[in-house]
Write a protein that binds this ligand. Structure first.
Ligand SMILES: Nc1ncnc2c1ncn2[C@@H]1O[C@H](COP(=O)(O)OP(=O)(O)OP(=O)(O)O)[C@@H](O)[C@H]1O
Ligand SMILES: [Mg+2]
Length: 229
């Protein structure tokens, strides 16, 4: 099995006025190419922080993150951005759509950064896949939370990432839309071999992955692959 992500002795601490808050404490795991992994744990346990470190959005206080055989620790912000644009899709818990761009334009951004061809048509196809073809010219403020989440999903898919990180991708969706989004994620895994790392409170979604990593208080308390047993 080929490793696509390796996390070694990773810790993250935030410094405040008079004390240090350790959010992640010596985390270790590696993820195989093409695998589907859920990260679960209570609110505040460090899930979003961990996902951000894995994706090279943020830097660890100590330890190393290796993505697709590239050590992220010694890269500067521009170099990490280039690695992200090439290999990583990210669905943010709070969407992070650009407010001054329409849904369509938001999906087009990663394609433009990459100098892709047929950008508009590709973005339109992706919006159609998440059921938002008719909302392509709306701005984020004109969309509901669930709709913004789906635009964020289409944007994350646009570069056909080797690794897709999703932070609560169904957190704002009704059961029916949630099912559609889950299908899109797992289809991407099956058809394109995209490795999925999904933070979720949804036990049904977690149960569909091959592996569940549970964190609590910044440490891993369980790492199970029930489907392999
Ligand atoms: N920039 C920051 N500065 C200081 N503390 C932070 C910062 N970012 C996160 N934290 C703290 O780190 C801890 C973990 O936050 P994180 O967002 O990773 O939790 P989470 O597991 O994703 O929670 P949730 O399920 O509510 O999304 C929290 O106590 C949070 O307050
Ligand atoms: Mg979170």
């Amino acid at each position: 099995m080929e490793t696509i992500l390796e996390i070694k002795n990773v810790s993250k601490a935030y410094q405040s006025a008079n004390h240090e808050l350790t959010v992640l404490d010596n985390i270790n795991f590696s993820i195989n190419k093409g695998d589907t992994v859920a990260i679960t744990g209570p609110s505040g346990s460090g899930k979003t922080t961990l996902l951000g470190l894995c994706a090279g959005l943020d830097r660890a206080t100590s330890g190393s993150v290796t993505l697709n055989n590239i050590a992220l620790d010694n890269l500067n912000e521009d170099q990490r951005a280039a690695v992200r644009n090439q290999y990583v899709g990210f669905i943010f818990q709070n969407f992070q759509l650009l407010p001054t761009l329409t849904a369509l334009e938001n999906v087009m951004v990663p394609l433009e950064l990459r100098g892709a061809k047929n950008i508009k048509a590709t973005a339109m196809t992706l919006l159609d896949k998440v059921g938002l073809a008719d909302r392509s010219h709306h701005y984020p403020v004109q969309l509901s939370g669930g709709e913004q989440q789906r635009v964020s999903l289409a944007r994350a898919f646009s570069n056909q990432p080797a690794l897709l990180f999703a932070d609560e991708p169904t957190g704002n969706l009704d059961a029916e839309t949630s099912e559609k989004v889950i299908k899109l994620l797992f289809d991407l895994n099956k058809d394109a071999g995209t490795t999925l790392v999904i933070v979720t409170h949804d036990l049904e979604l977690a149960a569909r992955t091959n592996r569940i990593i549970k964190i609590k208080g910044g440490i891993i308390i369980a790492d199970e692959s029930p489907k392999y047993v």
